[in-house]
Design a protein around this ligand. Structure first.
Ligand code: CTP
Ligand code: CA
Length: 224
């Protein structure tokens, strides 16, 4: 009669997930963004909730819709807002999975008024955003911290460096070299690397199935 409980291996656990892109304002009507759909992060949120976890889903601008009593969605726009919300909730969670495609740079100055077209060229000065994942790695205690890595070359090496530099327990490497993996697609191909640099490659599959694989690996590791 333990069957139902066994299907809820994350009952009582809290999970923080970041998803989607961030938009960095240039002026009141324009921004710098990216093509992230948020699909991967929303699939992870669903998979985690279906395993019984209470999910805090911090989402950048995304058309994804999610309805689950265990998922609390917090919408943000910018990297700075995502940083603030992630830090608001991090202390109370057991697991954090940062799948958002956070802007690396934002305009140094945001114009108060719409920028008019005058000269033939326009330069924007950009400044680095805060690295949310690295900042959580610095303060983490009991939390199991998972990052994502999007690489086009030296994939494994770069992903391992991110594990070290950001103090992660595992990283999900997106293989962009494979067709059908990446931003706007419904499928993804990943390799999960843990902090001891064990590598586990997975087949190309739907993002919902990739999300189940990711949650399964995390459950194996936190129970090991
Ligand atoms: N990330 C973050 N905050 C940022 C930038 C990235 O939390 N300001 C997180 C992403 O959500 C992802 C991980 O860091 O989990 C790696 O993102 P990625 O873009 O692959 O790496 P970067 O560290 O930004 O380095 P680069 O883009 O130069 O490869
Ligand atoms: Ca980046």
């Amino acid at each position: 009669e333990n069957d139902i409980l066994d299907k809820m291996p994350l009952k009582g656990k809290k999970i923080l997930i970041t998803a989607g892109p961030t938009y960095e304002a240039i002026d009141p009507v324009r921004f710098i963004g990216n093509h992230s759909s948020g699909k991967m992060g929303f699939s992870i949120a669903k998979a985690a909730a279906n395993l019984g976890a209470e999910v805090i889903l911090i989402a950048g601008p995304s058309h994804q819709i999610i309805n689950h009593s265990l998922i609390h969605r917090i919408d943000v726009v910018s990297a700075e807002q995502m940083y603030t919300e992630a830090h608001n909730y991090f202390k109370e969670v057991d697991i954090a999975i940062l799948s958002a495609a956070v802007a690396d740079y934002k305009p140094k100055n945001v114009a108060n008024q719409k920028i008019k077209k005058n000269d033939d060229t326009l330069s924007l000065e950009l400044t680095k955003t805060k690295d949310i994942l690295a900042s959580l790695g610095k303060i983490k205690k009991h939390q199991f911290l998972v990052g994502f890595a999007l690489e086009t070359n030296n994939e494994i090496e770069n992903a391992k460096n991110k594990i070290k530099h950001k103090n992660l327990d595992a990283i999900v490497l997106n293989s962009l070299q494979d067709k059908g993996a990446g931003f706007a697609t419904n499928t993804n191909k990943i390799t999960i690397i843990d902090k001891d640099f064990n590598q586990k490659p997975f087949q190309l599959k739907s993002k919902d199935d990739v999300a189940k694989d990711i949650m399964n690996e995390i459950i194996l590791k936190i129970n090991a």
